[in-house]
Design a protein around this ligand. Sequence first.
Ligand SMILES: Cc1cc2nc3c(=O)[nH]c(=O)nc-3n(C[C@H](O)[C@H](O)[C@H](O)COP(=O)(O)OP(=O)(O)OC[C@H]3O[C@@H](n4cnc5c(N)ncnc54)[C@H](O)[C@@H]3O)c2cc1C
Length: 375
Amino acid sequence: MAGPRIVVVGVGTMGSAACAHLAQRGAQVIGLERFTIGHEFGSHGGQSRAFRLAYYEHPDYVPLLKRSRDLWLSLNERTARPIYQPVGGVYLAAPGADFVRLAHAAAVEHGLDVELLDAADVRDRFPIFRVPEDWIALVERPAGFVVPEWAIEAHAQIARQHGAQLRDGVQVHGWSANGAGVQVDTTEGSIEADGLVLTAGVWSRELAQVEGLGIRPSRQVLGWVDAPEAAPVDLGQLPVWALELEDTSVLYGFPRMSGLPGPTGFKIARHWPAATINPDDLDRSTHPDDADDFMPHLREFLPGAEGEVRDMRICLYGNSADGHFRTGRHPESDAVVVAAGFSGHGMKFQPVIGEILADLALEGTTPHAIDFISL
Ligand SMILES: Cc1cc2nc3c(=O)[nH]c(=O)nc-3n(C[C@H](O)[C@H](O)[C@H](O)COP(=O)(O)OP(=O)(O)OC[C@H]3O[C@@H](n4cnc5c(N)ncnc54)[C@H](O)[C@@H]3O)c2cc1C
């Protein structure tokens, strides 16, 4: 017997994973994407995303991250592609700063593989950093990064292999629920279905129609710097790294490596919710002063890596009010599931959120503990 017909709106990060999980579980999936599957107008462009388990944001993310890691490892195996690369991670901060303190507490609570370092150890192990004498650091071996372009492509491919119809260039204008299911209105007519999954990223607020779902899009800058050839920042010398600045924003980056999609160079950025913008009316080109977002901090904390800015890209965060995700069944319709508000830290959860969305759409509930990120 054919499974339920489920429409997924937005085949980006979470939507592609939802399509893959739903299709593998027998649903008849229709995925609708307004641009192409994999693009640079939303939240998933830019070659690499940090994967951490020692989560300072909230310890309840850790069980989800453990499941996500297992799913990333099996995706690597299944696709024979290094989509998740566990190259390790190091997080640095002033003593007492939540960034390292809470990450360490989450690691202890959940038995993660971490090690605390003092500034002398940091100098020894990662000589590129110049941090004050009283700073501390946490090293996490299973941390690393994922390649978002490959991750979306892999999930879309699995979905298609299991019969999903993924259509790009189709924009959804609205939807309505009735006793029998949902009607979805698109640029190519309307579609009737048994269920609807809304994964529209920075466009979620208008589409989801959930009261209080105040997702605010922001314009974030990614940079690639020509670090000197001899700087100890290559893969093998430096893991994925992040350090907390005085204003609690986080400067972070990736080891220099080749073989990834997009620009080459030493990639660096700053994690913080920038000013709210309208994603449909946005200057996506970059300007020289965009580099002010990260260059002064690079100069201060990694002076040996300073070089010309080789490339910059713009990517959008979909910020919730408190930086936590918003995932669950729609308060006014059991046939509709929403996932939004990934606030600049959702990519590492892509496969587990896909699994949760499939649980919610097919069973109405999930065994994963998601109350703390509910709608
Ligand atoms: C600069 C930057 C750095 C980041 N770094 C990290 C990191 O290091 N680690 C980490 O874990 N996360 C990171 N993230 C966050 C992560 O990438 C996002 O949380 C994640 O990509 C959000 O996924 P999404 O599915 O909500 O949005 P998206 O991937 O943008 O998907 C939404 C999709 O919906 C489509 N859509 C919207 N409206 C419609 C409509 N009406 N009809 C049809 N289609 C529609 C869009 O075109 C889009 O493809 C970063 C994000 C940015 C921008």
